[in-house]
Design a protein. Structure first.
Length: 202
């Protein structure tokens, strides 16, 4: 059996919640990563809530949003600094890769506007691109939404109509993203061309 035959593809779902959109001026409040197989089945999960620094700056929209979803009091009551959370995340990445023997595997970063989450993690001490299995090719649901809207503005709404919307906490964001991904997989799998090919291989 060759290395290629034993290699696996995974999706590394990411989401962060912040006090604003400015990498330099704002702070992280919450981090979540989920490693799933290509069908969206969960393999590993990391989640942390971060105590903001005393000099934290909130943008007005972020303050309103995270007061409503209770993230601000949760973060203020937490005892994890960003430095400590980054260390925990680096350990989680290393341990997960070791456990899965991921040296031959490919982890595709996934989520909504994945570049945003990756940039925030890198700015705060976790550059996921430096980990060997992590691919530079990303699955970005925002790009898929823009593509479908260019075809027909009702398509994305129809696809996501039954999926609960996020309250802007990492868990609900990733629940929504993974549910949307599974819905897209189901639609693609049942497309007449794909269904015909699958029937021929049975």
């Amino acid at each position: 059996m060759t290395d290629t035959e034993t290699a696996m593809d995974y999706l590394l779902w990411l989401d962060v919640e912040t006090t604003g959109l400015d990498l330099e001026a704002n702070s992280l409040l919450e981090i979540e990563l989920r490693l799933t197989d290509m069908a969206g089945k969960l393999r590993k999960r990391f989640h942390d809530i971060i105590t903001p620094p005393e000099s934290v700056r909130f943008d007005r929209s972020a303050l309103k949003m995270h007061a409503a979803n209770s993230l601000i009091p949760r973060a203020c009551a937490a005892s994890t600094t960003m430095w400590h959370s980054a260390a925990l995340l680096r350990d989680w990445l290393t341990d997960t890769m070791d456990e899965l023997d991921a040296v031959k595997d490919t982890w595709h970063p996934a989520g909504s506007s994945v570049h945003f989450d990756i940039a925030w993690l890198k700015r705060n001490g976790v550059d996921i691109s430096r980990y060997e299995p992590v691919s530079r090719q990303r699955l970005d649901l925002t790009s898929i939404r823009i593509l479908l809207n260019a075809i027909d503005t009702s398509l994305w709404h129809d696809i996501t109509d039954g999926i609960p919307q996020t309250d802007h906490r990492t868990s609900s964001c990733l629940d929504r993203d993974i549910a949307t991904y599974k819905q897209l997989l189901d639609i693609a799998y049942n497309h007449p061309l794909v269904a015909s090919k699958n029937k021929d291989t049975q």
